[in-house]
Design a protein around this ligand. Structure first.
Ligand code: TXA
Ligand code: MG
Length: 318
């Protein structure tokens, strides 16, 4: 693929206008969302969508999330039932992605949906992301702005490290507040299923639409949400979960007040929201040649801890 030099845009009116023009012209622009940085392209432009897969090295069977500025706009492209409407009213803009049946007349590139008869849609809760989508005046396909299989980016620097020579621009909007990717909920089946845990918990979703299944991670069955492939979110060095202490050569990633010997601490007060926000940046910071591996202290399997442990399990899978 041709080498380009990625321009770093300011998170201001000019930066957003430049980003939107670039996306309209079919180029790839990364921008912050509340979860992680997304690699955006005009979702209706087949060439631009194909360029996302090429830049990330992403397998073509792995579909992308299409981002909208307003919940009302998804009805052109997907069939919205009562459940989707209630969830959108409760959680959007926000870190929840809905899988819905695709409309035949949808203008979204078939490649964005990997040829499936469903589409993943989301309205992000980030002013910059919303401004870019509005200014570009098209739905924006945006996977996380990392190389396929690698750790998601929560800072512009991470995007440059992974994709700096492969994309037109990145808007530097600082650190992402949530830090892990959106909850993915499949509404294309009679019983809704969480395909990827995230900030919006299964319990909160159940208060709105009743019982929800949680899909078991599996690398064997044909992936319904290929982001669930077990080896994903992986640093280059081995990562070990539920560690009390570092083994020789390992760097210890702590959690909570009692972390003697930890190189970094996800949250000294044991706060899961803070830990999620720090997770990917700290894994990247420890994934360096001085360390032979990363040992992560136990994270409670409750609330956002389940989403954190989900990412750590994949990162530790070899
Ligand atoms: O927070 C996020 O969701 C971020 C920001 C940028 O919005 N985006 C993100 O995109 O994480 P990506 O491509 O890294 O992850 C999308 C996940 C993948 O696991 C993909 O397989 C799944 O959503 N997905 C997309 N379309 C799907 C579909 N039609 N059916 C099932 N799973 C789908
Ligand atoms: Mg991703």
């Amino acid at each position: 693929m041709p080498e380009t030099t990625c321009i770093v845009l300011k998170n201001d009116t000019d930066g957003i206008a430049t980003a939107a023009r670039s996306i309209r012209a079919g180029r790839l622009v990364a921008f912050p969302t509340e979860t992680v940085y997304g690699l955006g392209a005009d979702a209706t432009n087949d060439h631009a969508v194909a360029a996302i897969f090429a830049a990330k090295g992403r397998p073509h069977f792995n579909p992308l999330i299409v981002h909208f500025a307003d919940a009302d706009e998804i009805a052109h492209d997907v069939i919205v039932d009562d459940r989707a409407e209630a969830l959108a009213a409760t959680f959007w803009p926000g870190p929840l992605t809905l899988i819905l049946p695709r409309r035949r007349e949808s203008r979204i590139s078939l490649l964005a949906g990997a040829g499936l008869d469903t589409l993943a849609v989301r309205v992000p809760a980030h002013e910059t992301a919303l401004a870019v989508i509005r200014a570009a005046a098209c739905p924006i396909a945006a996977p996380s702005a990392n190389r396929s299989g690698h750790v998601s980016p929560t800072r512009a620097r991470h995007v440059l490290d992974d994709l700096g020579h492969r994309i037109a621009a990145v808007i530097d909007g600082g650190d992402c507040a949530v830090g892990i990717e959106s909850t993915v909920l499949d509404l294309s089946t009679p019983t809704p299923a969480v395909l990827r845990p995230g900030k919006i918990s299964t319990e909160r979703i159940e208060t709105v639409i009743g019982t929800v299944h949680v899909a078991a991670p599996s690398s064997l069955e044909a992936p319904k949400s290929p982001g669930r492939l077990e080896r994903h979110y992986a640093p280059e060095r081995p990562l070990r979960m539920n560690a009390d202490r570092a083994r020789p050569g390992e760097a210890l990633l702590g959690f909570g007040p009692d972390t003697a010997g930890a190189a970094l601490n996800l949250s000294p007060t044991g706060d899961l929201t803070e830990a999620a926000a720090n997770l990917f940046a700290m894994i990247r910071a420890l994934d360096t040649p001085e360390n032979q591996g990363i040992a992560v202290m136990p994270i409670p399997e409750a609330g956002l801890g389940r989403a954190i442990n989900d990412r750590l399990r994949r990162a530790s899978h070899r």
